[in-house]
Structures are given as C-alpha cells and as structure tokens.
Design a protein around this ligand. Structure first.
Ligand SMILES: [Cu+2]
Length: 166
C-alpha cells in the first residue's frame, strides 16, 4: 500500500509536463460584419504539436458577450450551423476553422469591428492553458471568391437558426 502511494505521487509530479498542451494558433481573422450585425464569424487554424489530443474548452474576448465554436453542415441543400459539442485538436494534427466549415461565432458584439483592427481573444484548453490570439478584422465585401462560403451567415439570425443533431 505504501509503495502504491509513492508511485502515485511520482506520477502526479510527472503529469503536468505530460499534460502540457502544445497548441499554436495561426491565420486568425474575423470577417467584418455589416454595421447592424450583432454577430461576426472568425476563422483560424489550430495546430497541435503534442502527442495527445487537446480539447479546447472555449474562447473569451472583450469583443463579444458569447463567443462559441460552430460547425457547419449541409442538409437537404441547406447550410446549418450548430455549436460544437467538443472541440478537439488531434495529436500532431490541425483543426481548421474556415469559411463554409467550422468557425468561431462572436455572438453579442460589444462594439464596432473596424477593418484592419484586431480582435484579441484567449483560447483556453481543457487542461488550463491559455493561448492569446490576435485576429485581424477583414472587410470581405469586395471578395468575389465565395467558393463554398455559407454567405447565409451574414443574413442568418441566430435566434431562428436551425439545429440538427445527427
Ligand atoms: Cu455560426
């Protein structure tokens, strides 16, 4: 019994270094919303250089009251988005948040997002690591390349957004 306790203690001393997330976040940007919009979509790439999958607990920012990660799926020719139940960055892998797919949804904007300014956010992992992210606000109105983009985003009101759980 005593031996077991010693082993347990030794394991717990080693744990923190094993658990340390090795997450980096790149290419973060936010689509400049229309002036009256209450929401904006953000995009980024999360990379995990570690040996273990890392769960992202959430994101905080002063720019929005309720930032959340959404996934997008197509159902009967309609694009739907819903809150991601779990955000996992696979070991030695990437998780993409891009137009038409997973995205960060900034709900309840607290101020105007001007093109060229930066939204500061903190991404938190489930094991307590914080990653600072500076996401540039980009004006995409002149961008004609809407390949696969769910432009419904700009018009869709989150209140009557359709949810699907397959
Ligand atoms: Cu969304």
């Amino acid at each position: 019994m005593k031996v077991k306790m010693v082993i347990m203690t030794a394991l717990m001393l080693v744990m923190p270094s094993l658990a340390a997330a090795e997450i980096t976040i790149e290419d973060a940007w936010v689509r400049m919303p229309p002036p009256v919009a209450d929401t904006a979509a953000g995009y980024m790439v999360m990379r995990n250089s570690g040996d273990q999958d890392v769960e992202i607990k959430g994101v905080t920012t002063d720019a929005a009251k309720q930032p959340e990660f959404h996934s997008t799926s197509e159902h009967a020719g309609m694009m739907h988005m819903m809150k991601m139940e779990k955000v996992i960055v696979p070991a030695h892998g990437e998780l993409h948040f891009g137009t038409g797919g997973n995205h960060l949804m900034l709900i309840g904007l607290t101020g105007e997002l001007k093109a060229g300014s930066y939204v500061m956010m903190t991404v938190e992992t489930a094991d307590g690591e914080s990653i600072m992210v500076h996401a540039e606000v980009r004006d995409m109105r002149g961008d004609m390349d809407h390949s696969g983009d769910h432009s419904a985003h700009d018009m869709m009101d989150h209140g009557d957004m359709q949810h699907h759980n397959h």
